[in-house]
Structure formats: C-alpha cells, structure tokens
Design a protein around this ligand. Structure first.
Ligand code: ADP
Ligand code: ASP
Ligand code: MG
Length: 443
C-alpha cells in the first residue's frame, strides 16, 4: 500500500481536485491524504482570532466569503444536479457548524474544532467527486485513528492499532481518502499536528500501515537546492538521505513539515516528493541512501532569537550548562543552535512565548543579551569532518555578511550560520552562486 499526500495548492480549486483524481491510478492500493484547499486554514485561523476578540462581524465576513468560495467550488466540481445538491448540503452543514461558534463562549477547544473543518470539507468533496466519476473509494476519518499524547507527540501505538482496525472493518478498496493535519489529543478532543502538519499525517500513516512508499505531492518538482521563494534558478535534487531531508525540513525548507521525515526514517520507508502540476517530473527520492561528498542544499529558518549568557566564573563549573538547559526545559522551549566559549554560551530559540521568563531565570547565572530577528541559514549535505574544504567554500560565499553564530559538528550533514534577518536573501543567493551555480565547483 502507498500513501499519497496532496497539499493545499494541489487541491486548491475544483479544477485541481479533478486533476488529482485523474492522477490516482488503480495500480497500487493507496491512502490519499488531503490538506484543506489552499487558503482555507488561514481563513479559519482568522475566523478564530475574530471570535477570540468577540468581533462577530469580522468573523461573519470571513465566514461568508469562505462559504461563497466553497459554493462556487461545488458548482464547478460536480456535473449532475444530484451531486451538486449533495455538495451544497455538505458545505451548508460545515458552515452552520462554524457559525454556531459566533454565539457562545470561545476557547481553544472551539478553535481546534473550527481549524479541522478545512480538511473535513476537502476530503468529503473529493470523495463525492470520485463517486461521481464512478471510482470506488472509502473515507477514513482521521479523528478515529490519528492521536497525540499528553506531550503533544503522536501516539504511534494508538494510530497503528486504530487505522489498521478501521481498514480491516471496511470492505477492501483500491483508494482510501483521509484528512491530513487533524487529530485528537490525549483527552479525545479535536486537535491538530500544527500548521503544515498534513505531511506529518502522511508520514505517520505510512509508518502505521507499513507502506511501501510515502508520496508528498505539492506545487514544485521536489526539494530544491535552495529556497525558490528567495533565490532564482534553484534546482530539484533527485536524491536525498533521510538525515539530509530532516535537516532541511527542520531548518526551513517549507516543502516538508519539520518533523515529518523522522517517522519514515525510523521505519525506513522511502519518501518521494512529487509535483501535481508536472506529474512526470522526477521529483526527489528520500531514502537511507546517502550520496557522498556533495553539498546538497541550503535552507533558512526564520523567527530566531539568540540568547547569550555570559558568566566567566560559572561557565567552567560542571553543571552550569545543565542549569541553563533546565530553564529552557521548564518552559518547554526547544533550543536550535548552541555555541560556547570560555566566558559564555549562546543559544537560539524559535519560540518566544516564554522569552521574558527565560531571560529572568537566566539572569541568576550571569548577564544575558537577547538578539531578535535572526535567521539560521543551514547548508546540508555530506559534510563529514574527513571531507576537507567545505567550511572554506561556505565562509568564502558569505564573507561580506556579519555572522552571529556558527554551528558545525552536531551532525555530519549540517553547517549552520546565524545571521540577521535582513541579510537572509543575500546570504541564500551568495551561497547558491558559490555552491551550486559555478561551472567548476571548488569541492
Ligand atoms: P503544500 O501546500 O503542498 O503542503 P507548501 O507550500 O507547504 O505546499 O510547500 C511547497 C512550497 O515550499 C513550494 O512552493 C516552495 O515555495 C517552498 N519551498 C521552500 N523551500 C523549498 C525547497 N528547498 N525546495 C522546494 N520547495 C521549497
Ligand atoms: N491545512 C493545514 C495548514 O494549512 C495543514 C497542511 O496544509 O498541511 O497548515
Ligand atoms: Mg505544506
């Protein structure tokens, strides 16, 4: 069995949904994981924000615009009056549900229920569309098997047991359709796997059913060697190792959700990134195969804050770093990058929610400096220490850009630089020119 995930743009209009339906062949049994139609989750977030502010007029305006959009989708997607009418009823019931929250108290529980509507609608519409085409398929409700635990981590055992149970209970199908992104939490409430989380759903499902392959279908022909939103002439990479892909996803390559590679890596299930608009393009195959001696790609992670704790006297004392890390742990704030010197330690975080409390606590151990608006630029490839010269090429490329932190050696696949956000675009372009676009590469 295969897992095929189609992202928001891939199902972003009635026409695109039809193209996805045409793409799905009968050769392999498959679970099709769908995101919400492009823009929907953003609109649902907007609605929730208005409802938190008790701005019902604001909420209603976004709700009505979104509902009108879906009525048009239904009109274009279906041919027969019978299916148009089923589509209209479906939209009506989901929007009545969303509107019901404009009257009562609004909490995070209601917010999560609203955010789930995008994927529930896209999968139901797609299911109807296949039916109208005469293609057999079954819906697998993600809320019946996808679950996170008390620490907001996927509950692998629960997911495996329940998705396989649901599959067994159903009549055997060539195509199953399910929602990405949405899940239940440890209390059985509706929750989600964070923005962009449909990739994570696909990977967790792939592992749970021991899929032969996980395919992520999106709007670009695989992982490119730099961020195409900031750099021209980026190129698709045909093969990446799990480790390289995980680093790139974690450090900002938006094509993959940051945590979606790890489950596939642990279960050794190949992940293929493919382009819905160009289905015959090769895309990127992510597997355990590590290509030697090459720099594969550059990515950048935004919204980074650097924190420097200076304490010459204490740093050399054993236990100092533990105390520093415990502060971050107590606020459930992960650290991305670390560098140390004799007099201090610098770390970066991408979640500022508890920044003030963290800084306050750190002050017990020394002077604390905070730099906002930083970016981690990360070069990924086979960067094992035995391969000489990589660092030189990378630093030569960015020699005119001020660098705040450097991290290398944490893995064999990554060299990271912390720079100011204003230098990001320039740094990405300089790295592309030097690493990928020169006729004779120095490495
Ligand atoms: P989906 O809606 O299908 O999940 P996303 O928008 O989340 O799609 O991810 C695809 C986008 O990721 C591309 O359109 C591209 O702009 C962006 N992207 C950022 N970095 C990369 C990269 N290194 N390679 C390919 N795409 C990238
Ligand atoms: N619809 C969700 C989002 O926009 C999940 C996803 O697309 O992966 O974040
Ligand atoms: Mg995405």
């Amino acid at each position: 069995m295969r897992v095929l995930k189609f992202g928001g743009t891939s199902v972003g209009s009635a026409q695109r949904m039809k193209e996805v339906a045409d793409l799905i062949d009968d050769k392999h049994q498959k679970i099709v994981v769908l995101s919400a139609m492009a823009g929907t989750t953003n609109s649902l977030v907007e609605i929730a924000n208005y409802l938190y502010q008790k701005n019902h007029d604001g909420a209603n305006e976004v709700i009505n615009t979104l509902e009108t959009k879906y009525e048009q989708v239904v009109d274009e997607l279906f041919i027969s009056e019978a299916f148009k009418s089923r589509g209209r009823d479906l939209i009506k019931s989901h929007f009545e549900f969303i509107k019901s929250f404009t009257i009562d108290m609004f909490t995070v529980f209601e917010e999560k229920a609203i955010l789930a509507q995008g994927e529930l609608i896209s999968t139901a519409l797609f299911h109807f569309h296949l039916q109208e085409k005469g293609k057999q398929s079954a819906l697998l409700p993600a809320l019946d098997y996808m679950r996170i635990d008390k620490n907001n981590e996927p509950d692998g055992a629960y997911i495996k047991e329940n998705i396989n149970k649901i599959l067994k209970e159903q009549e055997e199908q060539a195509v199953y359709i399910t929602q990405g992104y949405i899940c239940r939490n440890a209390f059985g409430e509706i929750d989600n796997l964070q923005r962009g989380g449909s990739d994570y759903s696909a990977s967790l499902i792939g592992v749970a059913i021991e899929a032969e392959e996980i395919q992520i279908w999106t709007d670009i022909d695989g992982m490119h060697n730099n961020d195409p939103r900031y750099v021209e002439n980026t190129k698709s990479i045909s093969e990446l190792s799990f480790d390289e892909a995980a680093e790139l996803a974690y450090f900002g390559a938006k094509i993959l959700h940051p945590t979606s590679v790890l489950p596939a890596k642990l279960a050794n299930i190949p992940v293929r990134l493919l382009n819905t608009m160009e289905p015959n393009a090769e895309g990127t195959l992510i597997s355990s195969n590590q290509r030697k001696e090459r720099m594969a790609a550059v990515a950048a992670k935004d919204g980074i804050t650097a924190i420097k704790i200076k304490s010459g006297r204490m740093l050399l004392a054993y236990g100092f770093l533990r105390k520093v890390f415990e502060i971050f742990e107590s606020y459930k704030t992960p650290i991305d990058m670390i560098t140390t010197s004799e007099v201090g330690v610098s770390v970066t975080i991408d979640d500022n929610k508890h920044l003030d409390e963290i800084v306050n606590d750190l002050k017990k151990y020394g002077t604390v400096e905070v730099d906002n608006d930083q970016v981690i630029v990360c070069v990924v490839g086979d960067l094992v220490a035995d391969n000489k010269g990589y660092a030189n090429t990378i630093f030569d490329a960015v020699k005119d850009i001020p660098i705040r932190m450097i991290s290398y050696g944490g893995s064999n696949y990554n060299l990271s630089l912390l720079i100011s956000a204003k230098d990001k675009k320039k740094a990405l372009n300089l790295l592309s020119d030097k690493l990928f676009n020169q006729e004779t590469n120095e490495i």
